[in-house]
Design a protein around this ligand. Structure first.
Ligand SMILES: [Fe+2]
Length: 190
């Protein structure tokens, strides 16, 4: 028995190229995944100085690990220093390991009456933290971290979800660079 629709007939139907490609891609992915790291030694973690400040990446997409959901880094603030100011669509959590300081959070003011608008509150909220504290940063909330001790450094761990980007929401804006990187003026178009 043959099947005929106006968009399809069995005799000259093309083979399922896209579906076959997906199957092949899964075989390739699983082989690659099996070879990716489950242990990352401290010397393999890249430390870099960027617009947000000094960061040591514990888990990053480019580090070849089997973690596909979370991005995790440790951030350092010098005595009396501050991070850059940014916002991103993934929510973020911080765990403070060392030092004392505070966060400023500029809440998202979202509206979609005629078109989407992603404004920020003019006045930030301030949250003090110390070692052992957990800080939650909501999606697309502007945020900046401050060390309130002029003598001692701050160290905290930051975690965000990589999944949000993969769902088509790769929204990330640098609003101000860390002082040592360029100061209150952000550099470039980002
Ligand atoms: Fe952040």
């Amino acid at each position: 028995m043959t099947t005929k629709w106006e968009f399809w007939n069995d005799e000259d139907a093309p083979r399922g190229a896209l579906y076959e490609k997906d199957l092949a891609s899964s075989v390739e992915f699983r082989a690659r995944y099996a070879a990716e790291k489950t242990i990352i030694k401290r010397e393999e973690m890249p430390v870099e100085f960027g617009p947000q400040g000094v960061i040591k990446h514990l888990v990053h997409e480019d580090m070849g690990t089997q973690e596909y959901c979370l991005d995790i880094y440790e951030q350092y603030l010098p005595g009396g220093g501050k991070s850059g100011k940014h916002r991103h669509l993934s929510e973020e959590v911080l765990y403070v390991i060392e030092g004392t300081g505070y966060d400023l959070h500029w809440d998202l003011e979202f509206d979609c009456a005629d078109e989407y608008s992603w404004d920020m509150a003019e006045e930030p909220k301030r949250f003090e933290w110390e070692p052992g504290d957990f800080v939650y940063i909501p999606p697309y909330c502007g945020h900046q971290h401050f060390n309130s001790d002029a003598e001692r450094p701050v160290r905290f761990v930051s975690m965000t979800s990589r999944i949000v980007k993969k769902m088509g929401f790769d929204w990330m804006e640098q609003l101000e660079d860390a002082p040592e990187y360029g100061g209150p003026e952000k550099t470039g178009d980002r």
